[in-house]
Design a protein around this ligand. Structure first.
Ligand code: UDP
Ligand code: MG
Length: 153
């Protein structure tokens, strides 16, 4: 996989969908120059969410996390581009919105950790795992972005 083909799993959580922030989040990844390669509005079943958050199953906040993630539909997405996992986390900023860098998504659109509106993969390996949890083979689309040469040197 070439550097520009790195993929991140990004999801607008149910409270981000309910609050009408989906467009704002998509806009930030689009305007950065990343390429949208998969997207689905999905009422996630609990077993899918348990796979997605399996590393956190022993945390005290895990039950309420699963409950809030299943409280309504999620917008599940895959974004592609150079260092998209690391840069995606910069765009999201800190888990606790109170610690978010100025202007970044969790700093601008939310207040509390348990209502932080967006998920983003933390490593290339976890991104691949998450993409496989949320999308079937073939649902992640390969296509040429006409702006490619205006984004990358
Ligand atoms: N979370 C929470 N309380 C905590 C830590 C995390 O409710 O003390 C929730 C929060 O919604 C967070 C999610 O659990 O986004 C997953 O936690 P993680 O540490 O992976 O943070 P993230 O990668 O989402 O920044
Ligand atoms: Mg995480």
């Amino acid at each position: 996989m070439s550097g520009n083909k790195e993929q991140a799993f990004i999801a607008v959580k149910p409270n981000g969908v309910q609050r009408g922030i989906v467009g704002e989040i998509i806009k930030r990844f689009e305007q950065k120059g990343f390429k949208l390669v998969a997207m689905r509005l999905h009422q996630a079943p609990v077993d899918l969410l348990e796979k997605h958050y399996c590393e956190l199953s022993d945390k005290p906040f895990y039950p309420k996390l699963i409950k809030s993630m299943s409280s309504g539909p999620v917008v599940a997405m895959v974004w592609e581009g150079l260092n998209v996992v690391k840069t995606g986390r910069v765009l999201l900023s800190e888990t606790n919105p109170a610690d978010s860098k100025p202007g970044m998504i969790r700093g601008v659109f939310c207040i509390q950790t348990g209502r932080n509106i967006i998920h983003g993969s933390t490593s290339v390996a976890s991104a691949q795992k998450e993409i496989n949890v949320w999308f079937k083979p073939g649902e992640v689309v390969e296509y040429q972005n006409c702006a490619q040469d205006w984004i990358y040197e």
